[in-house]
Write a protein that binds this ligand. Structure first.
Ligand SMILES: *Cc1c(COP(=O)(O)O)cnc(C)c1O
Length: 401
């Protein structure tokens, strides 16, 4: 039995069965490459689902972690933490925000946002104005609160009753959005590009029209940038592609270059609603992850990573469009920067499986959309290598009918 097989057997006995895992045992990563327990090497175009934006084990992130680990690992938020302060400064300097709440995941960042909009509304507009409008096919996390916010019935199945106060509208449909605004509504929460829902980019002008609607009705606008923030779309934050700013933005995934972190960035007038005792997190913003995030952000902003994302995003998109144009079962290529989806007419699982067998890691969202989210540091040669795997794979699937 291979080392990988023996790990898989052990994992199957004691790991919670929440994931249908692929047969890959990951032990080491460097740049766009991942190695398994038997020494096989994989080209990683999933990048921890848009977490490893700087590739695996970016030297600056690793160095920051090593130094901080040997200095101060954890400290309570009852005290002040320099790296947390510096990271909040950086995030505010580069965004619309004035204050940052730190936590440990995307779901927690969205929980913070949902608590903040409710409390802000209760204080400014009275009780019974607590409904948050979200989009169908959205994804906001796996806690009871965030599955309530997520516009997909499947994630709530078996977990009812969920948290009341969410209303779902088709993404990109301004008429539906207008109709959903009643006197009970306090906020709108959207992903500027829907990740899990199939790589759906907000149509031109949509986010701006939503912003205007929010202003008209005194609603807060929340952008969930957990997947598409931190450079993924070619700008530091996805909202920066549109002439629009939210009141609140949530971040997680790639923010610290790998280690777990979440953040909720808000405007002063909104953020001030959180007074001592209203919210908190033991680990949130701890010295280790915030030091890593400072190194990651610095690299993202100053080392040409965003520029590479734009250039390589355009190149990968063109290669995927070219590939898709030759097969009847392949349709539109969607996305922005280096979050790209290839729409299929057939189930995508077989492509993911075959790609893995040929040492390329991709995945599939919304059943029929192949998702490509390589590290933003990916090279042209690496994209060529990925396409050299995908081309024959598409041909094979077409011949199998
Ligand atoms: C991944 C994701 C989340 C949830 O993040 P976790 O860290 O898994 O809790 C929330 N929103 C979006 C848009 C995501 O892609």
């Amino acid at each position: 039995m291979s080392l990988s097989q023996s790990w898989i057997e052990r994992g199957n006995k004691h790991i919670a069965t929440t994931y249908g895992r692929y047969p890959l045992v990951a032990v080491r990563g460097e740049g766009c490459w991942l190695w398994d327990a038997d020494g096989n090497k994989y080209l990683d175009f999933l990048a921890g689902v848009a977490v490893n934006n700087l590739g695996h084990c970016h030297p600056k992130v690793v160095q920051a972690l090593q130094e901080q680990a040997a200095t101060l690992l954890h400290c309570s938020n009852y005290y002040h933490i320099p790296s947390q302060i510096e990271l909040a400064e950086k995030l505010c300097e580069h965004s619309f925000g004035d204050r940052v709440f730190f936590c440990n995941s995307g779901a927690e960042a969205n929980e913070a946002a949902m608590k903040l909009v409710r409390r802000h509304s209760a204080e400014n507009h009275g009780e019974n104005r607590f409904v948050v409008i979200t989009a169908l096919a959205s994804f906001h996390g796996r806690t009871i609160g965030t599955i309530s916010a997520t516009g997909q019935d499947a994630v709530r199945k078996g977990f009812t009753p969920v948290v009341p106060g969410f209303r779902y509208v088709p993404f990109g449909d301004m008429d539906a959005m207008r109709q959903a605004v009643t006197k009970e509504v306090c906020a709108v929460m959207l992903e500027p590009v829907q990740g899990e829902g199939g790589i759906n980019v907000a149509p031109p002008g949509y986010l701006k029209a939503v912003r205007e609607l929010c202003d008209e009705h005194n609603l807060l606008l929340v952008f969930d940038e957990v997947q598409v923030g931190c450079g993924r779309t070619g700008k530091l934050f996805a909202y920066q592609h549109d002439e629009v700013e939210p009141d609140i933005m949530t971040l997680a995934k790639a923010l610290a270059g790998g280690p777990p972190i979440g953040a909720m960035v808000a405007r002063e007038a909104v953020a001030a609603t959180f007074v001592p005792g209203t919210h908190g997190s033991t680990f949130g913003g701890n010295p280790l992850v915030t030091r890593a995030a400072l190194a990651a952000l610095d690299t993202l902003i100053n080392d040409g990573v965003l520029e590479n994302c734009v250039a390589m995003g355009a190149y990968l998109r063109q290669r995927l469009e070219d590939l898709a144009s030759r097969y009847a079962f392949a349709g539109e290529v969607r996305g922005r920067g280096l979050i790209l989806g290839l729409q299929l007419e057939i189930e995508g699982a077989i492509f993911v499986k075959k790609a893995l067998e040929r040492n390329l890691l991709i995945n599939c969202t919304a059943g029929k959309v192949l998702r490509f989210v390589p590290p933003l540091t990916v090279t042209r040669a690496e994209i060529d290598q990925a396409m050299d795997i995908l081309e024959p794979l598409f041909k094979e699937v077409s011949q199998e009918g």
